[in-house]
Ligand binder design. Structure first.
Ligand code: GEK
Length: 243
């Protein structure tokens, strides 16, 4: 699949508009997420390993906000349970049409159903694994509780939710430091100060981070028996919540 280097914010933009998952983003997405989210590849691999362990026979694994399907593909290559299928959902047509092309080249056997929909409207049923890999952060704050309640209800007993998010911190110095270290990470990946600052503007009011305590509290509130961070690299973390 032809995918290019992300230079969307390399030149000065008069007025930086709100970030959208459109065709221009799709073309550079693998490079963008890799160079912007510290630990992204490690998280994708681990999602595959966790799905290998938690996927149950005759159940469904959901990848909510699947983008180009990296987590779906990692799961697809690790699931051994019989008659287990994956439902991958995103509301960006551009992302999904690229993902469909990738799927055609993939040889793994697990059935994948790709759905273009808002994850707030999708029924979650008979799930053994649910993945929200850097997706919840784009859902309006007021809709997050209902979405997680729906996921909890749709999970089988013993099921797992893998929730990866950009985090914020209550402590001001910690917030400042982790933000600066994330920017240092991006600079080390080849992004310029202009790219970093224009991207930051584009994501303002689009990507709304919460603290780990907020996530953990809400996950416990909806019924998960535990919710813990299994991976963190500066202000990017991945949480395992167990039903
Ligand atoms: C990965 N999980 O590579 N309904 C459906 N999709 C949505 C919604 C919504 N309401 N809001 C946002 N999206 C992927 C990476 S990217 C993360 C996830 C990032 C989708 C949006 O279209 C985009 O594809 C995805 O959520 C977020 O493991 O770009 O930082």
């Amino acid at each position: 699949m032809n995918s290019s280097k992300d230079s969307l914010y390399a030149s000065p933009i008069g007025e930086v508009g709100a970030f959208k998952f459109d065709e221009t983003v799709v073309n550079v997405f693998p490079d963008m997420i890799q160079r912007s989210v510290p630990g992204y590849s490690a998280i994708i691999s681990a999602i595959g390993l966790l799905a290998g362990r938690f996927a149950r026979e005759h159940s469904v694994c959901y990848d909510l906000g699947c983008s180009l399907g990296a987590a779906t593909l990692a799961m697809r290559h690790q699931i051994e349970a019989e008659n287990c299928r994956i439902i991958a959902v995103d509301n960006s047509e551009a992302m999904l049409s690229r993902f469909q092309q990738t799927l055609q080249q993939d040889q793994a056997q697990v059935a994948v159903d790709v759905q273009c929909a808002d994850i707030r409207d999708v029924a979650i049923e008979n799930a053994s694994v649910v993945v929200l890999n850097f997706t919840l952060q784009f859902i309006p704050l007021e809709d997050r509780l209902a979405l997680l309640q729906k996921i909890y209800r749709g999970l089988l007993p013993g099921g797992i939710l893998i929730l990866s998010e950009k985090l914020k911190f209550d402590d001001e110095r910690q917030q400042e430091l982790q933000t600066q270290m994330h920017h240092a990470f991006k600079k080390a990946q080849g992004y310029s100060d202009l790219e970093i600052s224009q991207k930051r503007t584009a994501l303002e009011n689009v990507l709304i981070p919460e603290t780990f305590a907020q996530h953990q509290h809400r996950l416990r509130e909806v019924g998960f028996s535990s919710a813990e961070v299994w991976f963190q690299y500066f202000n990017f973390a991945s949480i395992i919540a167990l039903k």
